[in-house]
Ligand binder design. Sequence first.
Ligand code: C5P
Length: 231
Amino acid sequence: MNLADKIIVALDFQEEEQLQALLAQLPDLAFVKVGMELFYTAGPDLVRRLKDRGLKVFLDVKVHDIPNTAFGAINTLSKLGCDILNVHCAGGFEMMRKAREALVGDTKLIGVTQLTSIDQQTMNKELLIFGTVEDCVLHYAELAKKAGLHGVVCSPNEVELIKSHLGKEFIAVTPGVRPLGSDVGDQKRVMSPAQAIQAGSDYLVVGRPITASPDPKRTFDQILAEIGVTV
Ligand code: C5P
């Protein structure tokens, strides 16, 4: 795999002009993530246009609904030809199974385990999910694999655990990536790009460290250099 394919830049913008300005600055960019913010503004056609430009697209709308509705959502979204789509593992086994059944084409379906903005205290005290974050993430990942999903979204901290139980082929996509010295923001379970690659992450999702950088190209190139040195 081309090393640049491992960095998925999160296009968390509301205006398409902001996205176009960023794309113009990052000629080596290969993989982008369209989240709810941009998808709700720009709509499905944006995914087709990004694909037409030769970019890979992770459509991160985190489907979480009753199984029948999740089936419909994933069926229609996978027809857009995106490379990766996701559902929340918290929607349960049957929802994930129906979502997997709905998938068409070559799109990979992955499950969001625990958001990287959730730490153990929040998970235990607010969500009333007991045990450690690692226990919960591994449990969700096992359910996702049983339901036929291709992988999960998790923090880089949990990748080794997941791969050791579920195998190297089970894809781990990791947000919560922060180059040393950059602002952590609302993320709680973070690692640097080099550490995340060393831990076995297949794809690193990086948003604000690049999109809010005064020099996005420089930051992007630094991240590429950082992971290039370690793989
Ligand atoms: O700006 P930042 O690098 O924190 O962006 C991370 C991106 O990954 C955001 O678009 C966020 O929605 C997404 N994400 C996440 N944690 C998850 C799943 C997705 O941060 N578990």
